[in-house]
Write a protein that binds this ligand. Structure first.
Ligand SMILES: [Zn+2]
Ligand SMILES: [Zn+2]
Length: 397
């Protein structure tokens, strides 16, 4: 494979911007970063824009009409290609609450697609999400499929451990501790989400090996929610534990619809850019017109409506995941918080790569890493996407 050289713009490195630098890619990896260009013939001109690492999305359900729960390789490819257009070069296909058979089919597809070129974002491994949620924190997931973890069932899921990166559980469910320990024994990362656990239950869960919290502020207990079921003194919930424990990383939906600026800033202040990842939590409605859709499998998923740049549940009040890609989240987080670009990019690339355990190979522009690269224009719109040094998408082509 021939070498590619990028120059004529600003290179977004792990902790800094390097204007006028040159990056050389060879055999699918970053071969050199030079402060001064060598004016290589045939170099890719960044045209005053940015060269950034490709984004890694830890929490994404689908795009361009397809959901990872649709049960077909074509649906996987469609969603992976859709997210590549928005700068995501690696992702964790994330399931929804569904039937046992649908979960097995999803895991089987994750294993199959992990070994293939999707033509878009690379599949790292499944985010096994649901059915082990708390009923009262189910959000946009169907109530019927929610259940506590039982070994006879989850051992069948853990037979796919090679294709799972992370698994979510609400720690207040009976059997949660055994599930967390079984996942950790298989080398999986464990996440808490859709939970109304108390702070004390979260403290115990950290001891079992829970490392990460799904979409901070969303579908979780906090002081005010827990107060409804008790008298005094007030107690903390999943939210307070997320902000408190340095052992916990978390993720945030920065689509500008789920959370106001102050909640982005507060999570950023408490967790810092190395413990807070941007996620899209995007549904199949990405790049689709406004109208009715289903989150999760067409057979048994929850209906919602795309309107006003977000997914709305029939109530019109609660949200049913985002409808945007990571590029939108990066632009929105940067605009609302004023955090420097290199730091926001890190929260969409190196930080999630570290959380997923793939930062040795992915997540930043560093010599030896895979050449997953984005050319962004000065307004941070995606112009060109490279995965493993191959150009997989060009805007307007
Ligand atoms: Zn969720
Ligand atoms: Zn989700």
């Amino acid at each position: 494979m021939s070498a590619i050289t990028f120059c004529g713009g600003t290179v977004v490195l792990e902790g800094r911007l390097l204007a006028g630098a040159e990056v050389e890619v060879s055999a699918g990896r970053i071969a050199a970063i030079r402060e001064r260009p060598t004016s290589a013939a045939g170099a890719v001109d960044l045209d005053g824009g940015y060269l950034t690492p490709g984004f890694l999305d830890l929490h994404v359900h689908g795009g361009d009409g397809s959901d990872f729960m649709d049960g077909t390789p074509d649906a996987f490819r469609t969603a992976c290609r859709a997210h590549a257009r928005h700068g995501t070069t690696s992702l964790l296909p994330t399931c929804t609450v569904a039937s046992h058979e649908q979960h097995l089919a999803f895991l089987n597809l994750c294993r199959e697609m992990k070994a293939q070129d999707t033509g878009g974002a690379r599949v790292i491994g499944a985010h096994f999400y649901g059915p082990y949620f708390a009923h009262e924190a189910r959000g946009a997931h169907p109530a019927a499929g929610i259940r506590p973890p039982v070994p006879a069932e989850y051992e069948q899921y853990l037979a796919f451990a090679d294709a799972i990166t992370t698994a979510t559980v609400a720690p207040e469910l009976p059997g949660a501790e055994e599930f967390v320990r079984a996942c950790r024994a298989k080398g999986l990362r464990v996440t808490t989400g859709h939970s109304h656990a108390t702070f004390e239950q979260m403290e115990a869960a950290v001891g079992w090996g829970v490392q990460h919290i799904d979409h901070v502020w969303c579908a979780m207990s906090d002081r005010a929610r827990l107060r409804q079921s008790q008298t005094y003194p007030m107690r903390g919930g999943v939210l307070e534990a997320t902000l408190y424990f340095d052992e916990l990383t978390t993720e945030i939906i920065a689509d500008g619809k789920h959370l106001q600026r102050e909640l982005l800033l507060l999570a950023y202040k408490c967790k810092g850019p190395d413990r807070l990842a941007l996620v899209s939590d995007c549904s199949r409605a990405l790049d689709m017109p406004d109208g009715p859709y289903v989150i999760g499998p067409l057979d048994g998923g929850e209906p919602f409506r795309k309107a006003d740049g977000v997914g709305l549940l029939p109530s019109g009040v609660a949200l049913a995941s985002s409808v945007v890609g990571m590029d939108h989240c990066v632009r929105t987080f940067q605009k609302l918080t004023g955090v420097p670009l290199e730091t926001v990019v890190r929260m969409a690339s190196l930080t999630p790569a570290r959380i997923a355990g793939v930062d040795r190979d992915l997540g930043s522009i560093a010599v030896g890493k895979r050449a997953d690269l984005l050319v962004l224009d000065p307004e941070l719109n995606v112009r060109t996407v490279y995965r493993d040094g191959h150009r997989i998408w060009v805007a307007g082509a």
